[in-house]
Ligand binder design. Structure first.
Ligand SMILES: CC(C)(COP(=O)(O)OP(=O)(O)OC[C@H]1O[C@@H](n2cnc3c(N)ncnc32)[C@H](O)[C@@H]1OP(=O)(O)O)[C@@H](O)C(=O)NCCC(=O)NCCSC(=O)CC(=O)O
Length: 237
């Protein structure tokens, strides 16, 4: 990725934060917009895209590494470990689905747009803005640029899996279905478990896979997992 695009990505987080403030100001003297159909369409797209990403990532990862090697240390075998070695066709397909996942993080700003248009101020929390502003950049941007391959698929599978439930919930909520509180609580619990997994995964990487990755990415993953765990923990309790 070029230097220019790094500036463009860097400004995404800032644009998000400024955009939230601007959006809120624009809506201050306006009535909430009815975005029911739009929100349902968006959630359906994300629900299906997340399902696709889980299946396609697992399919290509197993073809690329072999099921026997997944989780057995072999999953750390990586493009970056053998610089200059051409990617296998399944390696290419795996990289493509990970790029789709990365781009979906930009598309997720639509969630913020929905909250602003609905004037659902209670949803526009620090948790939400911080999550959306930092996930696209620096998190996934740096992973895609410096750690694409190997175990990166793990984060994509887990996060997309969680998003199947999350966007399923938002789809039902947008449609006006009264979702039981217990269901909402269980989704947050699954998200908390996700961050515990990401922390453990990054820790494993810090111990066993220091040879090919810039250390800063592991530090970033550990930091983000801790921040998200505490923000979602606070949201849960
Ligand atoms: C249960 C949660 C999934 C969602 O919590 P919420 O408090 O937002 O849930 P809620 O009950 O208010 O949601 C119902 C309201 O959301 C509206 N709604 C529908 N679709 C939406 C969408 N795509 N984005 C934002 N809001 C949406 C509905 O119309 C409804 O509005 P009305 O109330 O008017 O009827 C929770 O665990 C959670 O994620 N909380 C953090 C909030 C957040 O920003 N989450 C998304 C990104 S975090 C993420 O993505 C982490 C991860 O990777 O796992």
């Amino acid at each position: 990725m070029s230097h220019d695009s790094s500036h463009a990505n860097g400004s995404t987080a800032v644009t998000d934060i400024v955009g939230v403030d601007l959006g809120k100001r624009l809506m201050r003297n306006r009535k909430p917009v009815n975005v029911k159909a739009f929100a349902m369409a968006h959630n359906l797209v994300m629900f299906l895209a997340s399902l696709y990403m889980v299946i396609e990532t697992l399919r290509q990862a197993s073809e690329n590494f072999g099921w026997g090697r997944l989780g057995g240390g072999g999953m750390w075998g990586n493009v970056a470990e053998a610089p200059g070695k051409p990617l296998s066709p399944s390696g290419h397909r795996l990289a493509r689905v990970l790029w789709i996942h990365y781009l979906s993080k930009a598309y997720e700003f639509t969630d913020t747009l929905i909250m602003i248009l609905k004037k659902n101020e209670r949803q526009i929390t620090f948790l939400h803005v911080y999550h959306h502003a930092t996930t696209f950049f620096p998190c996934w941007w740096s992973v895609m640029n410096f750690a694409l391959g190997g175990d990166t698929y793990f984060t994509c599978v887990v996060n997309s899996g969680v998003h199947v439930f999350m966007y399923g919930y938002y789809l039902a909520a947008a449609a006006g279905v009264k979702v039981p509180r217990a269901v909402k609580k269980s989704i947050t619990t699954v998200q908390l478990a996700q961050f515990a997994l990401f922390f453990a995964h990054a820790l494993y990487g810090a111990i066993y896979a220091t040879h090919y990755r810039p250390c800063i990415i592991i530090v970033l993953c550990l930091f983000q997992a801790l921040v998200f765990a505490s923000l979602f923990g606070h949201f849960f309790w």
